[in-house]
Design a protein around this ligand. Structure first.
Ligand SMILES: [Fe+2]
Ligand SMILES: [Fe+2]
Length: 353
């Protein structure tokens, strides 16, 4: 291929690059490495937004432009405002919930709309937002956004996607009835304290059931988001057919965000650690396998071409995502390929910085 003449080590990509078959090869914003240029060399590729090229169009000359790294992520301001409103909703709950909930939904929905506009970038948009000190409200916001993204990935109708968003922002509202010294306790909880925390599901259901005209699924989401398909969850030990599908999606979004951003007890961990956990729980029969697989496939597709750090402390580039086991991609280490499907002891820890 001759179409990499304009690309050199260190180039910032202003648009996603796709293979001719439509596989995302490199993500917008990537700083090109030599390995990636070599990888592009082996593909017929084109920039996003270009019509699918015929081979001789591939030499089309589109100059990548430099993206400023200092700009706030595009949703930062609207995201911050929505988190502040969620905080008010949570902290003045008795007086404001009935009156304010729709206003907060509207504010949240405009962020979700913006996030969903570019499905390929949706998750990175959410997690590029600068962190808040108020972990609970940011978690509520993120679970709403991630649940909405999963709904879109699963091609659910729009009303279900936005309902998932509402279920997400209110799923942990029952925590407002639990004392902070238990909620924020850094040490291991006693059995009794853990039982108290579990009550946030029932409290949430009680609070939300009293709001007139609220879709009942929002309250059921608060009640059942810690239930697991095999009956090992709480508070009622429901099994698969007793957990509504939307709540099964909510559980996946909840776990994903808890692992990526919860920082009270540990540093936020990477998307790859969250993916491993989701796959493990799906394989154990605790989470909906189809939901986890589609979501993980969607996430991993965005990471093609990215440099990652392995548990062996080696750096590698993600080169291909298999549909059946999307969490076990084909990697390139130097000039060698490593198929993670065949090497179960190796895992991806994080992006390489
Ligand atoms: Fe919860
Ligand atoms: Fe949660």
């Amino acid at each position: 291929m001759e179409n990499n003449n304009d690309l050199h080590k260190g180039t910032f990509l202003a648009a996603n690059i796709y293979s001719k078959k439509g596989i995302l090869l490199l993500k917008k914003g990537t700083v090109l490495t030599q390995v990636q240029i070599d990888m592009l060399d082996k593909h017929d590729w084109f920039y996003e937004g270009e019509p699918l090229p015929s081979v001789d169009r591939l030499s089309v000359d589109i100059q990548p432009t430099i993206i400023s790294e200092n700009d706030d992520p595009p949703i930062q301001q609207a995201y911050d405002q929505a988190v502040t409103s969620i905080k008010k909703l949570f902290t003045n709950i008795q007086s404001s919930l009935k009156n304010k909930v729709n206003a907060v939904f509207n504010q949240f929905s405009s962020v979700l709309e913006e996030v969903l506009e570019d499905e390929d970038q949706a998750i990175s948009l959410i997690y590029d937002v600068k962190h808040h000190d108020e972990v609970t409200y940011q978690h509520s916001m993120n679970v709403g956004l991630v649940a909405g993204v999963i709904g879109k990935v699963l091609k659910l109708p729009e009303d279900q996607i936005f309902l998932l968003g509402k279920m997400g922002i209110l799923h942990d509202i029952g925590k407002t009835k639990i004392k902070n010294d238990i909620l924020k306790k850094p040490e291991r909880l006693s059995d009794e304290e853990y039982e108290t925390i579990k009550l946030h599901t029932r409290y949430g259901y009680e609070i939300l059931s009293e709001i007139p005209n609220l879709n009942p699924m929002v309250a059921i989401g608060a009640l059942a988001h810690h239930e697991r398909l095999d009956g090992t969850g709480y508070p009622d030990g429901r099994t698969a057919d007793e957990i509504p599908f939307l709540v099964q999606i909510l559980a996946v979004a909840d776990i994903y965000d808890a692992i990526c951003t919860e920082r009270d007890y540990h540093e936020g961990r990477s998307s790859f650690v969250a993916i491993e956990q989701l796959v493990k729980e799906a394989e154990m029969g605790r989470l909906n396998q189809a939901v986890v697989k589609e979501f993980v496939h969607y996430l991993m597709k965005q990471y093609v071409g990215r440099n990652v750090l392995l548990n062996s402390q080696k750096n590698a580039v993600i080169t291909f995502i298999p549909y059946e086991q999307p969490h076990r991609p084909l990697l390139k280490i130097g000039s060698e390929f490593l198929d993670l499907k065949k090497v179960p002891t190796v895992s991806i820890q994080d992006f390489a910085h």
